[in-house]
Write a new protein. Structure first.
Lengths: 229, 798
């Protein structure tokens, strides 16, 4: 399999001297295309920071993130924005839909920003799979939590990104809806050949992944409990 | 410290940008209220103090008063401080209006007569005047004690005499006198007794004050003076009331106060909207926190107190700071531009300003306060900012434009209040622009010089018994403005047009009053009649009607009631050289401005009169702009060579008018500068609030791939919608109110206000200013937003 994502000595520190907090500390990970990786760890272990760095939302103190053979932090700001909307799909815990536009418009927003035309049959299919067909004209704040998260997933998938980065996508959902969302994720990843990295606190959900990354104090720990470097 | 106070302080510390914005809004509002309230107070105080200096303390003046009437006046219980001024002589110098007066000590006191150096004349040969009075009469460096020989006609009649005078002192020079070429000199009572011994031959004015035990207002006092004048047997035309002094001393300053209150009202509404916006957004964003506080056991009252305390804490510093800034700003501008010297600061008013600002804050946080108090632990978690819209038919694809518009549409209330706030900030600017932009010095000048660049006219008397050859009808027998003279004018290089207007001397007998006097009738062409139509006050003033009825138009509207009514018949004798032609015509209308004649008829009517002499009275000369100076010089020589001619130029008259207008314009501009400064700051504040409170939304958009350029585009588009809305409100409402203000000021006789036109230039500056502000702000703010990392923004107040 082909390596799609790789980090080299990735570091993100906050504060100075004794007060330095190492949110991400010399992390080296390699992700193959089509992999489903669950990222687990305690609160404050640096999971979210790592995910933000991987998606180019935050800049590292040191180290590199290489996606598809390119160091994403060597890109100019405009290029990085374009890269994000083409290659990466984000799903946040708090859904983060834009409240002023309806579900369909939220889904096609990354495409619109890229000046691309929407692939209507593909999106119709996506809506059907995600059971959002009859909600396409609804405003986000009229939807239930599960529906909002499904819409956010649809938005992340709409641009057919290579990588989906999900930060506790089921954190705000009940267990039944969580399972539903997870199976949708798995199905779409399989169907469209995408890579999924998902932060979760839920053991059961983590077990559904191909691989589990355990983060502790900003470092990736292997099965033996040692930091991987 | 109470827990709610601690929490309020904590909130302010964590949300510094909101605290800063609210603080700035309160600060600017306070500053502007201070400027307006203190300004009104200073102007009122100043007017009271200076009314006496500027207009004199006499309640009125009776002119052409007889010695018997003076005696009665002095014995009358209702009058006191009676001062007399007598027209002693008329100077004789071509192109200048020189007058000699004798003023008694009471009149000098009443009129605040001040001498720059020396003293008021006592001996018969002593004289007091401005230095320029002597300079124009051939004494380049006059000094006190110098002897000068001056040519004058005692009482304005009789032969020209040459008399020696000793300069007893000087009056202050005045630019207005210099431009108008009009000077007055003062002589002693001994001079009067020696040269005009018969009091019945003197033209005397009496200034006076009137007992006001009843506490009458200005208009009632004017009525009382008119009634007293009637008792003394004086005609209405002999009574001149010192309206300005009476208004400032007897009336409360309702107009200044009303204008001040109106402006303050708009300010309070604008800033209340700004503060409401800031707090409303903040409360919505914090609703979960309020919900948590409720869950922890905080009562509704405590939540209300929390928001209230935040509001109060945010006003503690900005209010006194605003008062300080307003006071300094006002002091500097008043001193610099309109020379108001009254003290500006007043402690009771400062408390008033503080109360007003605090009141504004309290009113504007009422709704956010109730909203916070309503937060319930359950609902709070579900509360999300957004409209009540269930669904909307969207578009297949999303563009930056559609995203912007849908956002504005969803937050209708915020969009409307922002536009309203910004619009109202600009309304005042547009109103002032309507006044300043409509002050037309050119038009005011055209009242005098109707055509072209120069005006040459006959300088004649009408009723001079001692020198009858100087009377208009005599001069017209060998009119210096004859065909040959006109040909000479036309042959001057650069002259493009020469127009003439006829003036007929008339001896009129008013059948109502029985008075007979000499006057002039202007003969006006069809084209020039348009000017009369524009200034028409009563009756029908149009050429076809006046020509058809062979009617006459009265040029002094304010004498209409005492002399004629519409439909009366004017009757008199036209003086055609030595001939006297009986003439009568129906009075059809009246005009508010004189064209140097008392009456006007049409050219059609003139043709029927059978006049044989050359009646040309005024010549207007136009030339191309390059030759203006050369033509002016040649005309001066021609006029100097001929007798009975007088010349004035457009450019000289224009600078005189500009001198008068500049005072008012400076005042308006001062106000405009302060207003735009604070108005623009207010607008900037509104836009900053609007953007900073949406950091999270921008963060999400950027996380899913919106580039900085696109974010900038979105902000610019939003700004454009705000700008368009602002301009719509400010232009529609501002121009409407501006027009009303224009009409009012025109009616009150402000200089330079004639025809209303939309002040395009001023409005273009305003539009450009708002556009520039919006573009710069959107650019700066989008950079500012970018400073924080995306992650920080997505988490912003989560």
């Amino acid at each position: 399999m082909q390596t799609i994502l790789q980090t080299e000595n990735l570091c993100k520190y906050y504060g100075k001297n004794e007060n330095t907090i190492k949110a991400v500390d010399h992390t080296n990970i390699t992700v193959e295309q089509g992999e489903f990786i669950a990222v687990v760890g305690k609160s404050g272990s640096g999971k979210s920071t790592l995910l933000h760095l991987l998606g180019g939302l935050d800049s590292p103190t040191a180290g590199r993130v290489i996606i598809g053979g390119r160091d994403i932090f060597s890109l100019k700001e405009e290029q990085l924005a374009a890269f994000r909307r083409r290659k990466i799909g984000f799903v946040f815990q708090s859904f983060n839909l834009i409240t002023s536009i309806n579900v369909w418009e939220n889904i096609v927003l990354p495409l619109g920003l890229d000046g691309r035309k929407a692939d209507i049959p593909f999106l119709e299919d996506l809506l059907r799979v995600l059971s959002l067909k009859d909600k396409r004209n609804s405003m986000p704040n009229t939807l239930s939590g599960g529906q909002q998260q499904r819409a956010a997933i649809a938005r992340a998938l709409a641009a057919k990104p290579d990588i989906i980065l999900a930060d506790e996508p089921t954190g705000n959902l009940d267990s039944k809806t969580s399972l539903e969302v997870m199976s949708l994720f798995k199905m779409s990843v399989k169907k469209y050949g995408q890579t999924l990295m998902m932060i979760t606190h839920d053991e059961e959900l983590a077990q559904m992944a191909d691989r589990i990354l355990l983060i502790e104090d900003g470092r990736v720990i292997d099965d033996s409990g040692k930091a991987v470097s | 410290m109470k827990t709610t106070t601690k929490l309020a302080l904590g909130n302010i510390k964590t949300d510094k940008s909101r605290a800063l914005l609210t603080g700035i809004a309160v600060f600017l509002t306070t500053a502007l209220i201070t400027v307006i309230l203190f300004g009104c107070n200073a102007v009122i105080q100043n007017n009271r103090t200076h009314a006496a200096e500027d207009y004199g303390e006499h309640y009125g003046v009776f002119s052409r008063i007889t010695p018997e009437q003076i005696k009665t006046l002095k014995l009358h219980a209702q009058f006191y401080n009676i001062g007399l001024q007598t027209y002693a002589a008329e100077g004789s110098l071509k192109g200048y209006h020189l007058s000699y007066y004798c003023t008694d000590s009471v009149m000098r006191k009443l009129s605040h007569f001040t001498v720059e150096s020396g003293q008021y004349p006592r001996a018969e040969n002593e004289i007091l005047a401005q230095r320029e009075f002597f300079q124009v009469q051939g004494c380049p460096e006059p000094n006190i004690g110098d002897t000068v020989t001056l040519a004058l006609r005692v009482g304005g009649e009789g032969k020209i005499l040459k008399k020696d005078f000793t300069i007893s002192g000087f009056l202050y020079s005045s630019e207005a006198n210099r431009l108008a070429r009009r000077y007055s000199a003062y002589v002693s009572e001994t001079f009067l007794d020696a040269n005009l011994p018969d009091p019945n031959e003197r033209n005397t004015y009496a200034g006076f004050q009137v007992v006001n035990d009843e506490g009458l207002r200005a208009s009632q006092m004017e009525q009382k003076i008119q009634t007293l004048a009637e008792e003394l047997g004086l005609k209405e035309s002999q009574v001149s009331i010192n309206h300005n002094y009476l208004k400032w001393t007897l009336d409360p300053d309702t107009e200044v106060l009303a204008a001040g209150i109106g402006i303050i009202l708009i300010l309070v509404i604008v800033s209340a909207l700004v503060i409401y916006n800031i707090f409303h957004v903040a409360v919505i964003q914090k609703i979960r926190e309020y919900g948590r506080l409720r869950a922890l056991g905080a009562g509704r009252r405590q939540l209300r107190q929390l928001v209230l305390k935040e509001g109060l804490l945010l006003s503690v510093l900005p209010i006194p700071a605003g008062i300080a800034l307003g006071t300094v700003l006002l002091k500097v501008t008043l001193r610099t531009f309109i020379r108001v010297t009254s003290p500006v600061f007043s402690l009771p008013l400062a408390f008033g300003v503080a109360a007003l600002s605090l009141g504004t804050v309290l009113i504007s946080i009422q709704k956010p306060l109730r909203l916070a108090a309503k937060a319930s632990p359950v609902e709070a978690i579900r509360y999300e900012a957004g409209g009540r819209e269930q669904a909307r038919k969207g578009k297949t694809s999303v563009t930056i434009l559609s995203l912007t518009l849908s956002n504005l549409a969803l937050h209708k209330k915020r969009t409307v209040t922002t536009i309203l706030t910004m619009g109202l900030s600009c309304v005042l600017l547009v109103i002032v622009a309507n006044l300043v932009g409509n002050m037309d010095a050119d038009r005011q000048t055209r009242e005098d010089i109707e055509h072209g660049r120069f005006r040459i006219e006959l300088n004649c008397s009408l009723d001079d018994a001692a020198y009858p050859e100087n009377n208009l009808n005599e001069v017209q027998k060998q009119n210096p403005l004859n065909e040959a003279f006109l040909r000479q004018l036309k042959s001057i290089e650069g002259v493009t047009e020469v127009r003439t207007r006829k003036q007929i001397p008339v001896y009129e007998t008013n059948k109502n009053t029985g008075e007979s006097q000499y006057a002039t009738i202007a003969v006006v062409s069809k084209e020039d009649f348009a000017w009369l139509e524009r200034n028409a006050e009563r009756g029908t003033v149009d050429y076809p009607n006046t020509a058809a009825q062979d009617g006459i138009i009265h040029m002094w509207d304010h004498f209409m009631d005492s002399e004629y009514s519409i439909g009366d018949t004017f009757s008199g004798e036209l003086l055609d050289g030595d001939r006297r032609l009986p003439f009568s015509a129906p009075v059809l209308g009246s005009c508010g401005h004189s064209n140097d004649a008392s009456y006007t008829i049409t050219e059609d009517t003139f043709e029927k009169l059978g006049i044989t002499e050359d009646m040309t009275g005024i010549v207007f000369v136009d030339c191309d702009s390059r030759s203006e100076e050369a033509v002016g010089e040649q005309l001066k020589q021609l006029v100097a060579a001929a007798e009975h001619l007088e010349m004035s130029s457009y450019s000289d008259t224009l600078s005189l008018i500009n001198h008068y207008i500049s005072f008012m314009r400076n005042g308006c501009y001062t106000f405009l500068i302060i207003l735009s400064l604070i108005g623009f700051m207010n607008m900037a504040n509104t836009m900053v609030t609007n953007i900073l409170t949406r950091k999270r939304e921008f963060g999400i958009l950027q996380a899913i791939g919106m580039s900085s350029r696109q974010l900038n585009q979105m902000l610019q588009l939003e700004g454009l919608v705000f700008t368009a809305g602002t301009l719509f409100i400010s232009l529609v409402l501002g121009n409407l109110l501006g027009y009303l203000a224009f009409c009012y000021c025109k009616k009150e006789g402000f200089v330079g206000l004639f025809e209303y036109h939309v002040p395009v230039f001023e409005l273009c500056v305003l539009i450009a200013g708002i556009l520039a502000l919006q573009i710069v702000l959107a650019f700066v703010l989008s950079r500012n937003v970018k400073k924080e990392s995306l992650v920080e923004r997505i988490r912003y107040q989560e």
